[in-house]
Design a protein around this ligand. Structure first.
Ligand SMILES: NC(=O)c1ccc[n+]([C@@H]2O[C@H](COP(=O)([O-])OP(=O)(O)OC[C@H]3O[C@@H](n4cnc5c(N)ncnc54)[C@H](OP(=O)(O)O)[C@@H]3O)[C@@H](O)[C@H]2O)c1
Length: 250
């Protein structure tokens, strides 16, 4: 029996919750899963025997460390860590349409949630990935949901300074990490992913221009992303891919 231990950060978000539900449910006779999932402001409203909820504020390194300490009490290793937390708008601020709307606090909040957090999570989770049983074809995974709008070469529209810049910074951070870990932590695949345009509270104000059939349900996006992850090899570490596994230019 194949056993996987998975960690989903942002497990109460739109895509994160769908990931948690599918990982918990995919336990079968051939494969069993233990799932750790983190929550922040929204308290989780579902439970399962193989699911363990832990609080984590990804803007607070001490909170990340404490969550990892709790995980360590239950498992020796993590096979897959998937960061689904992210920020596009807040109750009071929308992404910028023009330069005059750029504000320091919102910009730094985007950088902290979307870019810095994955680095800090990687820093603390590394020993648990290091203890995973892995190979090139079956690597440990450190995945973060990024966004196509973080691609510099794909940028045709402009706008959304804080979000675009924070996702571009995330992408650089994860590329850097993939290079460092290719030397110091073999057979781990570091990947940043575009989930499609997904029907969640994050995209809700911006769904007007989405073409028919192009707005994914969280369940569909999560299923596609998990399928892509299941096919990743360690040799593909440092990739930026979409929900179909297609490579996205930096
Ligand atoms: N939806 C789309 O169309 C789309 C497209 C491209 C990329 N993405 C990316 O996909 C990821 C998931 O987005 P989503 O659509 O599922 O959005 P969502 O429903 O708003 O989920 C975002 C999650 O991030 C969590 N989060 C925010 N700040 C946090 C913090 N300081 N500490 C811990 N958790 C925090 C939120 O928890 P709390 O609310 O409890 O703080 C929430 O669970 C994001 O990175 C987003 O940029 C989404």
């Amino acid at each position: 029996m194949n056993h996987k231990t998975c960690l989903v950060i942002g497990g109460t978000g739109g895509i994160g919750r769908a990931m948690v539900e599918q990982l918990v449910d995919s336990t079968s006779e051939k494969e069993s899963r233990q799932v750790f999932a983190t929550y922040h402001k929204n308290v989780p409203d579902f439970a399962a025997e193989n699911l363990h909820w832990i609080p984590m504020d990804i803007c607070d390194e001490q909170s990340i460390k404490q969550a990892v300490d709790v995980i360590r009490q239950h498992t020796t290793h993590i096979d897959w860590a998937i960061n689904c937390a992210g920020l596009l708008h807040t109750a009071t601020q929308q992404p910028e349409k023009a330069l005059r709307q750029v504000e320091t606090e919102f910009f730094l909040q985007n950088m902290q949630v979307n870019a810095l957090a994955s680095l800090l999570i990687a820093k603390h989770i590394k020993p648990l990935l290091a203890s995973a049983c892995r190979s090139n074809d079956n690597p440990a995974v450190f995945a973060t949901i990024s966004a196509r709008v973080g691609s510099i070469s794909d940028n045709q529209l402009g706008g959304w300074y804080s979000y675009r810049m924070s996702k571009a910074a995330l992408n650089m951070g994860m590329k850097n990490l993939s290079i460092e870990w290719s030397r110091s932590l073999k057979d781990v695949c570091v990947v940043v992913m575009q989930p499609g345009t997904v029907n969640t509270q994050l995209s809700a104000p911006f769904q007007g221009n989405v073409a028919d059939g192009q707005l994914f349900s969280p369940a569909y996006s999560a299923e596609c992303l998990l399928e892509v992850l299941s096919r990743m090899t360690a040799a593909q570490s440092g990739s930026f891919v979409d929900w179909a596994g297609e490579s996205i230019p930096w």
